[in-house]
Design a protein around this ligand. Structure first.
Ligand SMILES: [Zn+2]
Length: 276
């Protein structure tokens, strides 16, 4: 069964792509179909679901068959310390399928306990190498780790690009990833008044370097703290970005949609949720 595209969305709602939404996590999974329908009704017509650990890969691929969202496979740095090494053997086999558009969510998180750093480094460098061999983009997680991520990307001469998810930081920090072929994932951070540095940077970046994301169920927008975030909230992320940018809404939405499809190498016309 595939979900219906809500026709009441109407022609005035521009199409939006949530490039980072963990629909398979326990907070969202029980009502996955509802969340997708609610998002669709608000114009969110494509969603990328990045896996976080090996045991979710096959269930996620099964859900993708049913609901027609896009998927990335990988081991998230939060799960690296508890991951099995055979994940690095299974990943290239599964991720070689055309249904898997990226390797992710991968990266480095230096806000975690230092005891996890060695495992994080191993899984990040190996998964980046897998993405390079498969010629697929990556979905990157960062926290206090931009310098180290950039160093590894340069060391491996990784040229497939991808998305630096949950961008927050300065213009220079973002630009360093853009220069290596990455898009910056813009999420609920820009709805917070305190995010001055990030908002200033987001105003200035070239529009073709940005994509939208919710990071649901995490990263609730300002005013929704303590609540489970959902893909329908992408509409509000778009509104927050619209306030920062000079482009009109239709131009902004069209370019963001095109950026998402380009970086994930997807057919821009056939990305409608629920379409076969
Ligand atoms: Zn994530």
């Amino acid at each position: 069964m595939s979900i219906k595209i809500a026709s009441e969305a109407g022609p005035t709602l521009p199409l939006l792509f949530d490039t980072h939404c963990h629909l398979d996590l326990p907070e969202l999974l029980p009502q996955l179909e509802f969340h997708l329908q609610q998002a669709c009704a608000l114009g969110v017509q494509a969603v990328l679901v990045p896996a976080v650990e090996q045991k979710n890969w096959l269930p996620l691929l099964a859900l993708q068959q049913q609901f027609k969202f896009d998927v990335a496979l990988g081991v998230h740095p939060w799960w690296a310390a508890s991951a099995q090494l055979n994940a690095l053997e299974q990943l290239p086999q599964l991720a070689a399928q055309p249904e898997v558009c990226a390797i992710g969510e991968i990266g480095l998180d230096y806000a975690l306990d230092e005891a996890t750093f060695a495992a994080q480094a191993l899984f990040f460098s190996q998964q980046l190498a897998i993405a390079k061999a498969l010629k697929k983009p990556v979905v990157l997680h960062h926290r206090k780790s931009m310098v180290q991520l950039l160093a590894e990307i340069k060391l491996q001469q990784f040229n497939e690009g991808g998305i630096l998810h949950a961008f927050s930081g300065s213009y220079q920090q973002g630009k360093a990833f853009i220069d290596l072929g990455f898009k910056l994932g813009i999420g609920g951070t820009i709805s917070y008044q305190r995010a001055e540095k990030t908002k200033k940077a987001v105003k200035k970046f070239p529009l073709d370097a940005l994509v939208l994301e919710t990071d649901a169920p995490a990263m609730p927008l300002s005013g929704f703290q303590g609540q489970v975030n959902t893909p329908a909230q992408l509409r509000l992320v778009f509104q927050a970005l619209l306030e920062l940018r000079s482009e009109p809404a239709t131009q902004l939405a069209a370019q963001l949609w095109q950026n998402s499809c380009q970086v994930l190498r997807l057919n821009a016309q056939s990305r409608l949720l629920g379409s076969a």
